[in-house]
Design a protein around this ligand. Sequence first.
Ligand code: PLP
Length: 403
Amino acid sequence: MTDTNRPTGLMTTAIHAGDAPDPATNASAPPIHMSSTYVTENLAGFSAHDLTPDSPYVYSRWANPTVTGLEAKIAALQGTEACLATASGMAAASAIFFTFLSAGDHLIISDVSYAGVAELARETLPRMGIEVSAVNMSNPEGVAEALRPNTRLIHTETPVNPICRLTDLAAVSKLARQSGALLSCDATFASPLGLDTVELGVDLTLHSTTKYIGGHGDAVGGAITGSSALVSKLRTEAGIHHGGVLSPFNAWLIARGATTLPLRMQAHQAGALALAQWLEADPRVTKVIYPGLPSHPQAELARRQMANTSGMIAFQVGNAVTGERIAQQMIERLKVIHYAVSLGHHRSLIFWMGTEGLMESSFHLRGSQLEDYRAYAGDGIFRMSVGLENADDLIADLDRALG
Ligand code: PLP
């Protein structure tokens, strides 16, 4: 079922892809296969290279039926041939870097990325002999200038965590094609339904399934979708050799969450739009960045590229001092929204990030890159993941906390 290429309506795909009545019992709901090993009837090789798409199950680091079901569901939702589920979103990012980059290769990465990915790229990859250029991916010309003969991978994130800045994927994928590099995109903020990454020319799409795909804040996981050939390489290197595979229990929870993804994404988008409009009209709020608002600096690109603008909003209240004070008020006053990291859950979550702290801890931007960041996001921002609660209750909660 991994090459379904969106054959049916999205809700039907979300519910049925990778899922079928259990052949042993006819159970309608999928069982959890917690077995680490499988009784084999044939003599089998013991190398990762012996695994083929129709190999029987041998050992759960190679493949597990519950995880296979989730992989088929995510591949179908993203419209790709295949998917590898990983132990976390970070395991998915390291799977891409360590499978497709070697010493002497060059990586171009968004200068603003999820902090863990930024740190991995800036601190660990150079230690392995990999050259890294961090560029502002909202400017394709900057990407073109950063290309080198040894550029093997361009890795972007759109909308980017935490400032909701966008990458024009069609433009960057054209550059990747021309230079013979692969393009990977972290689409965690958008979910598989926000971006048609296949149509836009992305080779590998990364999701932290901890977020929208799982959707309920109860399981950590990751996924990479792409062609069968690329995913098979990832499965051999990252899954079987590096070992960062997903547990069947988490796969089951994430697959159960994914069955309602299309409905949830519609509701996240509607809730976020209502909140973003309310925030934009409130005089206490300095700036709101939401791809679904006409005021987003890349609103035209958002309309062209995003089928769903998702539930992620970045907003600024005054300067760093005001922001920190309001963050403290939120911790004390919020009754519905949780002051917590993470995103994409049914519960609304909010977190304040000071520019200085982000720069020191992960991005290390200086000069014109720091100026670009400040011009876009100001001096400290709140990142809000709008959940599925009633918008009026979320607005009342924020109103109390901002007061
Ligand atoms: N990518 C993005 C955009 C994220 O926001 C996160 C986590 O917040 C990750 C990757 C890492 O995912 P995980 O926490 O599942 O390892």
